[in-house]
Design a protein around this ligand. Structure first.
Ligand SMILES: Cc1ncc(COP(=O)(O)O)c(C=O)c1O
Length: 348
């Protein structure tokens, strides 16, 4: 018997990056932050008592909304908490897309977008980036109800300017969701567009810049009309009490956040330089990962040889990516282990 809707039956589902069980590995495959979260997070967790767990959480996470509003210079009503940035993407597909309302996005990009389009049974209009990952002019004219631009883009780390995204939002008839999961490692962000324009939603994640991938917390920034509409789509208690407390502590500790993201940016530069010196082509990245290619070696072979050495990076067998490896920026020690393994592999 086939109990599922036809598109679910046919769907492959999202393939998350491999999570090795061993701990003695160099894990540079899922863009986690290599540093621990702020000590303020652990203090907040230590304070959690039975009463907080017995009761349902605040359905909208006002404590976090106030803290995030302050950091982004918006009002709490412009913030919506979600169970990871991924949940905001699910909500946006549910809210704006259906059989007659397609989604549009440039490719290659985050591989979750087509999976969600398929689950929602909406057409995905994929507009290819050029070789330099410039914003494709055609993206403004797809007729999509929801357009998504990942900025910095995954899996290459390129950055599209705020002005270009402002023009895109102006030209579109539908909603523009700017996926800023990695923006904490860039120099600018698009918060101003969410304040000024009525069709822009910004996605933020606490997984990357705030070192909390295990917590599952992200948030949206948008005008109150869009936030109120998205609230109708969310689960009643989409973020739990423990997560609200921990994420609030993390976002309040801006000093730790700035120090940590600066460390990642410094290591990103060193990793990029060393990869280039080792014969890899690596475009400049504004995220916490780099995309590397060595034209003399098959990326899939390098990947296998790294796995034999307990080093995990990400390989996508997809058009435009099949000879490239996406490497998360790790600690100096992790990056050095990777570089010496790569040097052995390409000289051997
Ligand atoms: C481009 C992009 N957007 C959004 C997310 C969602 O992040 P999270 O659900 O961990 O907040 C990710 C996670 O890897 C991502 O790569």
């Amino acid at each position: 018997m086939n109990y599922f809707r036809e598109n679910i039956e046919k769907a492959k589902g999202y393939q998350p990056g491999f999570q090795p069980k061993q701990t003695n590995v160099v894990k540079l495959n899922t863009n986690e932050n290599p540093y621990p979260p702020s000590p303020a997070v652990l203090k907040a967790l230590a304070k959690i008592g039975p009463e907080l767990l017995r009761r349902y959480p605040d359905p909208v996470g006002d404590e976090f909304r106030r803290a995030a509003a302050k950091v982004n210079a918006v009002q709490p009503e412009n913030i919506m908490c979600c169970n990871g940035g991924d949940e905001l993407l699910t909500m946006a597909f549910r809210a704006f897309c259906d059989e007659n309302r397609p989604v549009g996005y440039p490719v290659p990009t985050y591989s979750l977008y087509p999976v969600l389009a398929n689950l929602q049974n909406c057409r995905a209009i994929e507009v290819p980036f050029d070789a330099e990952f410039n914003l494709p002019a055609k993206l403004a004219h797809t007729g999509a109800s929801l357009t998504i631009v990942c900025n910095p883009n995954a899996p290459n780390g390129s950055f599209i300017s705020v002005d270009e995204l402002a023009s895109l939002a102006d030209e579109l008839d539908g909603v523009l969701l700017i996926d800023e999961a990695y923006v904490d490692f860039a120099e600018e962000n698009c918060t101003a567009l969410a304040k000024e324009l009525d069709n822009v939603i910004i996605l933020r994640s606490m997984s990357k810049g705030y070192c909390l991938a295990g917590l599952r917390f992200g948030y949206a920034i948008a005008n109150t009309g869009l936030i109120e509409g998205l609230m109708k789509v969310k689960d009643s208690y989409n973020v739990d009490a423990v997560a609200i407390a921990a994420a609030t502590a993390a976002i309040k500790d801006q000093k730790y956040f700035k120090e940590t993201t600066e460390k990642v940016k410094k290591e990103r530069k060193e990793l990029t330089d060393k990869l280039r010196q080792s014969g890899f082509e690596v475009p400049d990245s504004f995220a916490n990962f780099v995309l590397a290619e060595n034209k003399n070696y098959k990326a899939s072979d390098i990947y296998d040889k790294l796995v034999q050495r307990n080093i995990y990076v990400r390989y996508f067998d997809l058009p435009g990516l099949s000879n490239k490896l996406r490497i998360t920026v790790g600690t100096k020690e992790q990056n050095d282990k990777l570089i010496s393994a790569l040097q052995q592999i390409v000289s051997g």
